[in-house]
Ligand binder design. Structure first.
Ligand SMILES: C[S@@+](CC[C@H](N)C(=O)[O-])C[C@H]1O[C@@H](n2cnc3c(N)ncnc32)[C@H](O)[C@@H]1O
Ligand code: SF4
Length: 441
């Protein structure tokens, strides 16, 4: 087992994945595990496990050149209708699954793609039809991802009043129109400012702004201006991703196919930009909530989806290519639209692949995900898994302490700012030997 952080992140932004959202790597999941997934879904839950729902909306106005999600553009109204119908039917099927038990949904997440691509009428119909089968009125968090140019005053009100959204996440990414256009974004900065007023007026408990450090064309001056404008808007939280170029982005195809130099700033520069942003946000009263997220008022903002997911909650996945987790088993829905529709039309769950993790793999998963928060409580893992995570990976921790990425104080392992800025690069060292160096997605 190697104990050095990935060298790749010390220099150029090459094609490949950086962000780690699960373990074992997705490339190891397969269709053989589907029978185990079916079994888990058809058995009652472990009662105390929190339950969440993820709904995937795969449409966007335009495909951003850096985006690696499976999205569809140039779709007609009837294509969207067909998808919404299928999603409602899928929800009616999952609502009857024994794994639901008597549990209410603790958190709901409308993700994409662009959920705000749906019109106010489609949103109201979707919410009404879903409510015939499930209720999320008691959920502590209902998140909805929005692309600024898709919003209207009516839509924002619909999200708050009809859909019951409590946390709205706005994909701002950058405030400079030239940078937005260069990267293939469908929106311009003006739409951020117009929609911001509607969002404020609607009164969501929580509003998040997404930014990307390392968009093509970004410079120090542009970045400083981005942070100044973000602080001016004063969102409840700010999420900053470091630009990565997984295999299926437009930029990646250009780099690999046309052999062009990477157009994205190198990793040290992207980290320096995040470091600057974190420092400025701290001066404005924000505090660190994870390697990517700063919050304005830690007592007010809780991340139910993130925190429950990281600690092993059940997540019922709906929609094309969605990722779920039930009674300790990972699964993903079919990723091709026609196959997804065929399953739903036949009254079958659209399961595509899965993975049955061992107890050790669940420990690795939880530890690496929780480390993204910036600290780990050794006692928590001792109680939950009967394992001393410091002893188990003593070489890796010592190595990281020598590099000044980590400090250890009693039962707390803590990332330094330098460690936090490269958090994802520090995680593969904890993977089992068979998962070292394999493609992540
Ligand atoms: C599903 S999108 C959010 C909603 C909407 N689709 C939008 O883009 O406004 C989730 C977020 O992923 C981030 N993202 C997408 N591709 C990325 C990449 N290659 N590197 C880093 N972050 C990326 C962006 O910050 C984006 O806001
Ligand atoms: S970043 Fe958002 S808007 Fe752009 S293609 Fe990806 S999902 Fe769609």
């Amino acid at each position: 087992m190697s104990t050095a952080p990935t060298q790749r992140t010390e220099k150029k932004t090459e094609v490949g994945s950086y962000f780690i959202s699960n373990y074992p790597p997705y490339s190891r999941w397969n269709a053989d595990a589907i029978s185990a997934v079916e079994q888990a879904l058809h058995q009652p839950p472990q009662v105390s496990t929190p339950l969440g729902l993820y709904l995937h909306i795969p449409f966007c106005r335009k495909r951003c050149k850096f985006c690696y999600f499976k999205v569809f553009t140039d779709v007609k109204a009837e294509d969207v209708q067909r998808y919404v119908d299928a999603l409602c039917k899928e929800i009616s099927m999952v609502a009857d699954l024994p794994v639901m038990g008597e549990r209410p949904f603790r958190f709901v997440y409308f993700g994409g793609g662009t959920p705000s691509f749906l019109s106010p009428k489609q949103l109201t119909t979707l919410a009404d039809r879903l409510r015939q089968h499930i209720s999320w009125d008691g959920a502590e968090e209902v998140t909805f991802e929005c692309e600024p140019g898709t919003l209207s005053e009516t839509k924002v009100k619909t999200l708050r009043e009809q859909v019951g959204v409590t946390r709205l996440s706005l994909g701002v990414e950058n405030f400079d129109d030239k940078v937005l256009e260069e990267n293939g974004r469908a929106h311009l900065s003006k739409q951020v400012f117009t929609s911001w007023q509607w969002i404020q007026d609607a009164g969501f408990a929580n509003v998040n702004i997404d930014l990307i450090s390392g968009m093509v064309g970004e410079s120090w001056d542009n970045w400083k201006e981005n942070i100044r404008r973000t602080i001016d808007l004063s969102p409840d939280s700010v999420t900053i991703y470091q630009m990565e170029l997984p295999f299926n982005t437009v930029y990646s195809a250009d780099i690999l196919g046309n052999k062009i130099e990477t157009p994205v700033a190198d990793w040290p520069t992207k980290r320096a930009w995040v470091d600057y942003a974190f420092a400025e946000l701290e001066s404005a009263g924000y505090s660190v909530s994870s390697a990517y997220t700063m919050v304005k008022d830690a007592s007010k903002v809780n991340f139910s989806y993130r925190d429950n997911l990281w600690t092993g909650a059940d997540l019922i996945a709906t929609g094309i290519a969605s990722f779920g987790h039930a009674s300790g088993i990972h699964y993903q829905n079919l990723a091709e639209l026609e196959k997804y529709y065929a399953a739903i039309d036949d009254g079958r769950l659209p399961l595509g692949r899965g993975f049955v993790p061992t107890k050790h793999q669940l420990l690795v998963r939880e530890m690496i995900l929780l480390l993204k928060r910036g600290y780990l409580d050794i006692g928590y893992f001792r109680d939950k898994y009967g394992v001393d995570i410091y002893q188990q990976w003593a070489d890796a921790w010592q190595n990281y302490m020598q590099s000044d990425y980590v400090t250890i104080d009693g039962d707390t392992i803590r990332l330094s700012r330098a460690g936090l800025l490269r958090a994802d690069a520090l995680l593969p060292v904890f993977f089992e030997d068979e998962h070292q160096g394999v493609r992540y997605t």
